[in-house]
Design a protein around this ligand. Structure first.
Ligand code: KIV
Ligand code: ZN
Length: 514
C-alpha cells in the first residue's frame, strides 16, 4: 500500500469559509483533535495576515507534537519572516510558499511576465531555505496554468529547495482526467521530480474536489490537502474524511492508504462543525446525519437480511457507536458514566460530576435523553470563554395580536445583575434588543441559524449566531430545550467572545491573499 500524506488545512483554507472565525483556543482544540485523527501535516494559518494570526499559529506550533505544523506565506520576505517567528517553537515546522502562475493571475493580479514569476518564486524559496528545511511551494491556480510552464515552475522550485510541490486547482475548474494528467506529466517530464513529494489541493466549485484529488493519487500524488467536512473558500476544499474512506473502502482499486485513525472521523467532524458554526448537510458523504440511514422499505429489508446489501461502510468504522443504554431521569451516575465511556468520552471525575448535574437538569425536561443530546450537552462549551455577561433569567411574551416583548436579567462582569424589558418585531428580536440595552454593546447580527439536535417535540435546539462589531466578528452557540433561551444564550456567548477578541487586538477578520 502506498502511503498518502494528509495535509489538513481546516485552520487556514477552512477558516476562509464565509462567516467562520476561529479564535486561538478554538484553533488549538481543533489541532489537538487533528492530532488524534492522525493527520500528517496541519496548516495552522497565515502568520503575516496579522499579529493575532501569528500568535494563533505560534500557539498551535507549540502545542502539536505529532504532526508537521505549517504556516502559509506569500512569496515575500516579510511574510516568510512572520512565518519564521510563528513557527519557531514547532517540533517539525514547514513553510508553505505560494505564487500564482496562471495566465489570468499573471496578467490581472500580479501584472508579471512568466520570467518575473519564476524569479520571484525562486528568490522566495532560496530566502526561506536559509531558515526552513521543509518548504512546500504552490503555484496558485496551477489548474489553469500552461502545462509546459507548470513543468518549468516545478523544476525551478525543486532546484531552489522545495521539498513538496503542491498543485492547487484554486478555482475548482478541473475535471479528474485533466487534473490526473497534470500529475502524470510532472512525474514524467520534470527532472528531479523523484526528490520531492507532489501534492494535490482541490476546490469544490464544480463538485469535483474529491474526485480530482483521487485522480491525482492515481497519477502519482504523494499528498492530499483538504479540510474536515470539506469546508473552505467558496464551495470548499476536498473533504479529508472522503479521501480517507475512499482509500480505505476501495483499497483494492487505489492500493493506497492514509494511515488516519478512522474512528476519530465522526468526532472530528462534529468538533469542526460546532466550532466553525458550519452545519454538516444531512446528505454529506461519510459524516452527514443520513449517511448511514436507510429509509426505503426495500433497503431496510436488505439491511436486515445482510448489511452489505446496502452498506459499504459500517458506521462504527468512523467512530459512530451505537450505545444500547437508554438514559432517563431515573438513571444514576454509574449508568451515566457507562454511557460516556460507550460514547468515547474520557472525562475526569470532576467533569463527569458537572456533566451529570447538567444531564439531570435535561432529564427533568425530556423523557428520554438520547446519545445526541448527551453529545450536544458535553460539547456545548468546547472552549471556555470568560463570561463577562451571563444570562440569569429570561421571560418572553408573544401573541399574534400583540407586540412581542422580552424581559431579561443579565449578570455583568463586576457582579451586578441588571434587568430590562424590550419589544421587537418577533420574540428573538425582542430578546436581542433587551440584551443590547443591558450590555450597551453596539453589534450587528450577521448570521442566525437554528437546528434541532434530535427528532421529536422536546428536542434540544442549538442556535448559532455571528455578531459583528467594528469589523470584528465573533460567533456564539446556545443550547436549550427552548429555542428562545438557546437564542439568548448564543447571543450572549458571541458577546463574550467579542469582548475576548478586543483583548487580543490584531486578530484579523479575514485573510487577504493578494
Ligand atoms: O487554493 C489555493 O490556491 C490555495 C493556495 C494558497 C495553496 O489555497
Ligand atoms: Zn485553497
Amino acid at each position: 500500500m502506498r502511503k498518502i500524506y494528509i495535509f489538513d488545512t481546516t485552520l487556514r483554507d477552512g477558516e476562509q469559509s464565509p462567516g467562520v472565525n476561529l479564535n486561538t483556543k478554538e484553533k488549538l482544540e481543533i489541532a489537538y483533535q487533528l492530532e488524534k485523527l492522525g493527520v500528517d501535516r496541519i496548516e495552522a494559518g497565515f502568520p503575516a495576515a496579522s499579529p493575532g494570526d501569528l500568535a494563533a499559529v505560534n500557539a498551535v506550533a507549540r502545542a502539536v507534537k505529532n504532526a508537521t505544523v505549517i504556516g502559509l506565506s506569500r512569496s515575500r520576505e516579510q511574510d516568510i519572516d512572520a512565518a519564521r517567528e510563528a513557527l519557531k517553537d514547532a517540533q517539525d515546522p514547514c513553510l508553505h510558499l505560494f505564487l500564482a502562475t496562471s495566465p489570468i493571475h499573471r496578467k490581472h493580479k500580479l501584472r508579471m511576465e512568466k520570467e518575473q514569476v519564476l524569479e520571484t518564486a525562486e528568490r522566495a524559496i532560496r530566502y526561506a531555505k536559509q531558515y526552513f528545511s521543509k518548504i512546500e511551494f504552490s503555484p496558485e491556480d496551477a489548474g489553469r496554468t500552461e502545462l509546459d510552464f507548470l513543468c518549468q515552475v516545478t523544476e525551478m522550485a525543486i532546484k531552489a529547495g522545495a521539498t513538496v510541490v503542491n498543485i492547487p486547482d484554486t478555482v475548482g475548474y478541473m475535471n479528474p482526467s485533466e487534473f490526473g494528467n497534470i500529475f502524470k506529466t510532472l512525474k514524467n517530464q520534470v527532472p528531479g521530480i523523484e526528490k520531492i513529494q507532489l501534492s494535490a489541493h482541490c476546490h469544490d466549485d464544480l463538485g469535483m474536489a474529491t474526485a480530482n484529488a483521487l485522480a491525482a493519487i492515481l497519477n502519482g500524488a504523494d499528498q492530499v490537502e483538504g479540510t474536515i467536512n470539506g469546508i473552505g473558500e467558496r464551495a470548499g476544499n476536498t473533504a479529508i474524511e472522503e479521501i480517507a474512506m475512499a482509500l480505505a473502502t476501495r483499497s483494492d482499486f487505489f492500493g493506497a492508504t492514509t494511515g488516519l485513525n478512522l474512528k476519530e472521523i465522526a468526532k472530528t467532524s462534529r468538533l469542526v462543525s460546532k466550532l466553525t458554526g458550519m452545519v454538516v448537510p444531512g446528505n454529506k458523504a461519510i459524516v452527514g446525519a443520513n449517511a448511514f440511514a436507510h429509509e426505503s422499505g426495500i433497503h431496510q429489508d436488505g439491511m436486515l437480511k445482510e448489511k452489505t446489501t446496502y452498506e459499504i461502510i459500517s458506521p462504527e468504522t468512523i467512530g459512530l457507536v451505537d450505545s444500547k443504554l437508554v438514559l432517563g431521569k431515573h438513571s444514576g451516575r454509574a449508568a451515566f458514566r457507562e454511557k460516556l465511556i460507550d460514547l468515547g468520552y474520557e472525562l475526569s471525575d470532576d467533569a463527569v460530576n458537572a456533566a451529570f448535574a447538567k444531564f439531570k437538569d435535561l432529564a427533568d425536561k425530556k423523557k428520554n435523553v438520547s446519545d445526541e443530546d448527551i453529545r450536544a450537552m458535553l460539547e456545548e462549551k468546547l472552549v471556555d470563554t470568560p463570561e463577562v455577561y451571563a444570562l440569569e433569567q429570561i421571560e418572553v411574551s408573544y401573541g399574534n395580536k400583540s407586540t412581542p416583548s422580552a424581559t431579561l436579567r443579565i449578570r455583568i462582569g463586576d457582579g451586578s445583575v441588571q434587568e430590562t424589558r424590550a419589544e421587537g418585531n418577533g420574540s428573538v428580536d425582542a430578546i436581542y434588543n433587551a440584551i443590547d440595552a443591558l450590555t450597551a454593546e453596539n453589534v450587528e447580527l450577521e448570521d442566525y441559524s437554528i437546528k434541532s439536535v434530535t427528532h421529536g417535540k422536546d428536542a434540544l435546539g442549538e442556535v448559532h449566531v455571528v455578531l459583528k462589531q467594528d469589523e470584528v466578528s465573533a460567533q456564539g452557540r446556545g443550547l436549550s430545550t427552548d429555542i428562545l433561551e438557546a437564542s439568548a444564550r448564543a447571543y450572549v456567548d458571541a458577546l463574550n467572545r467579542l469582548v475576548e477578541k478586543r483583548k487580543t487586538p490584531g486578530r484579523r477578520d479575514k485573510m487577504s491573499l493578494i
